[in-house]
Design a protein around this ligand. Sequence first.
Ligand SMILES: [Zn+2]
Length: 257
Amino acid sequence: MKKLPLVKAGKYEKSGNIIFDRPEIVLGIEHHPLFGKFKRGDIFLSSNPMMLGKMINAVSTMYSVDRNSEFSHSGLFINNTEILEASYTVSFDNFITKYEGDLVLVGRHNKMTNKTFDLGIEKIKEHIGQWYPFHRLALHFFNLAQYIHWNKVVCSELIAKFLFGAGLRDYKYYGVTPDMLADEIEHSLNDDRTGPQYEIVFKGKIPTNIYKRCEACGVNAFTTTDNQTCPICYTKTSLKAHGVFLPELIKYNKSKT
Ligand SMILES: [Zn+2]
């Protein structure tokens, strides 16, 4: 993908009568350090701060063996940027922009191929567009989800069912929690028991894009919190955080990608 500045120099007006210089350059998602790192079939876990996530987390902490539930949400990559997940509905989204700043774990099953991926998708495609089965969360509270179901799945069950369809996991996908999937990604062994079943592609907080100014050449740029190299003059340590978030610009930037 070609890397292009998306906003030209000039004045930029923010609501509330505060006027900022418009950045000379706004970096697109293709500049993100995690861009291109993931691929179709990768499984992700996230710590979702939403109410729904808190509910799921309370439930899985209650039943997890180590009583420490880091992850409350899960989904899968359908290509290197887009994910399929059961949030409010079973739907598609952009991983990096959606989970920016969140703690995530991304694992790659060592037998995931285009063929197994297609088989897995075939198994779960009936769920795409379905509303989140909130009534099933109540069942999770009583640990009954594995016995009663109405052919709708929570986020981690969707992934377990996908893995079952792909031939990479057993059939017991009802009642599977994000915590259980995280355990499998981090600790399960391959069929020969000679090594891990999953490659851990990334674990940590997804870097957040913020507004920074270059102290060497004066350019403004949207870039990740950890990037200090100016995209214009290439000075290595000259980018300093502006301390200003411009959501309107992020929105504008996203509309151009
Ligand atoms: Zn510079």
